[in-house]
Design a protein around this ligand. Structure first.
Ligand code: FE
Length: 291
């Protein structure tokens, strides 16, 4: 299977612009989580709007789940490392997200959905990323796909780095989802001690790394566990090289910025305040989830 791999090289890695420690918060009906990509970083990490990390073996931290709530104007990408969550939405989609699976939902002009844990004990761990939609696509018809762990493109580099390509492409392997405008690249990397991973990145793309096991280093700087490293955009760097001195698991996420105004009000992300008022009145009048 690995004979299909295209070799990737990076001659100069990006450096780390800033390390970010997530902020503990809760959302939904009281699910405890860490908001890693917060609202004040939306311009810097355009087209990404939010990254939440959740992980607990205490049912009280997750059992309430996320009952019916609306979204409009962007996409949500939920990656479940461990646990089971049932999704239902107003567009008629329903799916069980579990161990290693991804749910990709394009809210577009609007969905009302619920995300409810299907377990009463054990570990629930995963990530939810919000990816913006360009102005011209914000009012598109909602779209939804579930990918079981086995459906996600995976490969192992000659060095032994295990890669899951959730979006975009790496080493010539296309991800589960690709998007023309935002060009998201979303990789889950499992590195063993002493290995490294190189990913070319267009200079204009915003990129960050989130370490969820172990630690890595980039351009000589350490990224500890549960930290996001924002990678500097610089014309001379042609990608990123991630080095692991111990076993580590890392998300590498990048995309093409939209450079459009971002106006967020809770679960609605539009380009103007007027569009937010419209979303609120559509939701109040029961029109938001209608196709
Ligand atoms: Fe949601």
């Amino acid at each position: 299977m690995n004979t299909r791999l295209v070799q990737q090289t990076v001659s100069q890695t990006r450096s780390i612009e800033r390390l970010v420690e997530g902020r503990a918060t809760s959302d939904g009906a009281g699910v405890k989580l860490t908001r890693v990509l917060t609202q004040n970083l939306q311009q810097r990490l355009d087209p990404f709007l939010m990254l939440d990390a959740f992980g607990s073996d205490q049912p009280d931290d997750y059992i309430a789940g996320f009952p019916d709530h609306p979204h409009r104007g962007f996409e949500t990408v939920t990656y479940m490392i461990a646990g089971r969550m049932l999704h239902k939405d107003s567009a008629g989609h329903e799916g069980l997200l579990e161990n290693g699976g991804v749910q990709w939902m394009t809210a577009g002009k609007g969905v009302i959905h619920s995300e409810i844990p299907q377990q009463e004990k054990g570990v629930m761990e995963g990530f939810q990323l919000w990816l913006n939609l360009p102005k011209r696509d914000k009012m598109n018809t909602p779209w939804y796909r579930d990918f079981k762990a086995d459906d996600l493109p995976k490969f192992t580099t000659p060095e032994g780095v295990a890669v899951t390509v959730i979006a975009g492409a790496s080493h010539g392997i296309s991800g589960a989802v690709t998007r023309d405008t935002t060009q998201p690249n979303y990789l889950d990397l499992h590195l063993s001690a002493g290995s490294h991973f190189a990913q070319p990145l267009p200079a204009s793309h915003n990129a960050f790394v989130y370490v969820y096991r172990g630690q890595v280093s980039i351009a000589g700087e350490t990224v500890p566990v549960q930290r996001m490293a924002i990678l500097a955009n610089g014309a001379q760097a042609d990608g990123v090289v991630i080095e692991a001195s111990e076993d580590a698991k890392v998300l590498l996420i990048s995309g093409q910025p939209l450079k459009e105004p971002i106006v967020q009000y809770g679960p609605f992300v539009m380009n103007s305040q007027d569009e937010i008022y419209q979303a609120l009145s559509d939701f109040r009048d029961g029109r938001l989830g209608e196709l």
